[in-house]
Design a protein around this ligand. Structure first.
Ligand SMILES: [Zn+2]
Length: 400
């Protein structure tokens, strides 16, 4: 008797011949979503000294919501194997990255990562990395004008995190603006830092982070010569794998300005509530042009992609100064006029229930007051988190 048992997971495919004909398939669903949020942060501190730093408690909250929504961390090596060989990624991949190599990534961040079973990619300024405690440097090494002095990682800490599964890549030797230096200096900064990390850790360094976000397309032709496959920057948000440019990988910037209640919406983690909009009964994308004084209709459709009914607790509309709300159409599911708080129109109720795979709507009559281009923002609160709708771009033209 011949049988076969097949085991599939996101990392590999194994099969073996067993004693009967049963076939068993299990494991996680592969990545099909196209979008990968690559989180970019700097220091992780209990008492932050600059907005660019993130509170340890907020980092913990970030990992907690990622876990709650079923996200798994991947590294740039995983990403490259996906790009080159189609190696499967987990269904919901996410990347956590940190620039500059602050010691607090080890002291404050690493315990949190271990608790959640998460990995992180750290971009090191290798000239600032000491061998021992006695030779530990600070960020003054690469930022003379810094007003927040923080200690930088040393190799034993990096080796411990690397052993666990964290990834260490280049942020140059001296944290230089790579777009402004000579070609020779560009190659030195990248080759030397690559060599430093590879000789300490024994794993390949194929990506770097542009210091100061100084991404420079005029230097892209030197990237392969320096021994790299790509580079990351602080971009406009979540990477779309269908259009990714490896020399210009977008990250979502994380700092202390972002309230933790917005993490889910900011990273678009929850795909179970989707908000669409249409203007004057038409769905289209791009910019809408209206005349000053002209009334137009904007309808928001809040879709529940769950099989079960869900409740949302509030809706928020943020109108630009040159557009006013005339009325809420009584034909919509939500038909009351909103409360107003700090220029935000708010609908709050415990009775906004959306049936499984159903939708509810809100129809607004708006009017352009003064010429100008602006964006109408809209979001809903679900399970205590914001779910954002894409901004509606409207240009109000003066009346001719
Ligand atoms: Zn930096």
């Amino acid at each position: 008797m011949v049988s076969c048992s097949l085991k599939i997971d996101s990392g590999r495919t194994d099969s073996f011949i067993g004693t009967d004909y049963s076939t068993m398939v299990y494991g996680v669903k592969p990545f099909e979503g196209n979008f990968i949020a690559i989180i970019g942060l700097h220091a992780i501190e209990d008492h932050i000294g600059a907005p660019i730093e993130l509170y340890t408690g907020h980092f913990e909250e970030l990992c907690r919501v990622l876990k709650e929504y079923g996200y798994e961390t991947i590294t740039f090596m995983d990403l490259l194997k996906y790009v080159d060989f189609g190696k499967a990624l987990p269904e919901k991949p996410v990347m956590i990255t940190s620039d500059d190599g602050f010691q607090d990534v080890y002291t404050n961040g690493f315990p949190v990562l271990k608790r959640y079973g998460y990995k992180m990619t750290v971009f090191l300024v290798t000239g600032a990395i000491g061998e021992t405690e006695a030779s530990r440097k600070t960020n003054a090494y690469f930022n003379k004008r810094t007003n927040v002095i923080r200690p930088i990682l040393i190799w034993p800490e990096i080796e411990e995190m690397h052993e666990y599964g964290c990834e260490f890549l280049s942020h140059t030797v001296n944290h230089v603006r790579l777009g402004l230096v000579s070609d020779g200096e560009f190659l030195y900064e990248l080759k030397k830092s690559k060599e430093d990390i590879e000789s300490h850790l024994g794993s390949e360094v194929l990506f770097f982070a542009w210091p100061y976000d100084n991404n420079s397309p005029s230097k892209w032709h030197l990237i392969p010569e320096a021994g790299y496959r790509g580079a990351v920057r602080y971009g406009t948000g979540i990477e779309d794998m269908r259009t990714i440019n490896l020399y210009d990988i977008d990250r979502v910037e994380f700092n202390s300005y972002i309230p933790p209640a917005q993490y889910v919406g900011y990273l678009n983690l929850d795909r179970s509530i989707k908000i669409e909009f249409r203007i004057d009964n038409e769905y289209k994308s791009g910019k809408y042009v209206k005349e000053a004084g002209e009334e137009f209709m904007l309808e928001y459709l809040i879709n529940n992609t769950n099989d079960n009914a869900v409740k949302i607790s509030s809706l928020e509309l943020e109108l630009p100064e040159n557009i006013e709300l005339i009325e809420v159409d009584s034909g919509g599911y939500i038909n009351q006029y909103p409360g107003i708080n700090s220029n935000i129109y708010m609908w709050v109720s415990d009775s906004y229930t959306i049936a499984g795979n159903g939708r509810i709507n809100l129809i607004l009559k708006l009017k352009g007051k003064a010429p100008g281009e602006s964006i109408i923002k809209f979001r809903t609160t679900y399970k205590g988190y914001y779910i954002n709708c894409d901004g509606v771009k409207v240009e109000i033209k003066s009346k001719v």
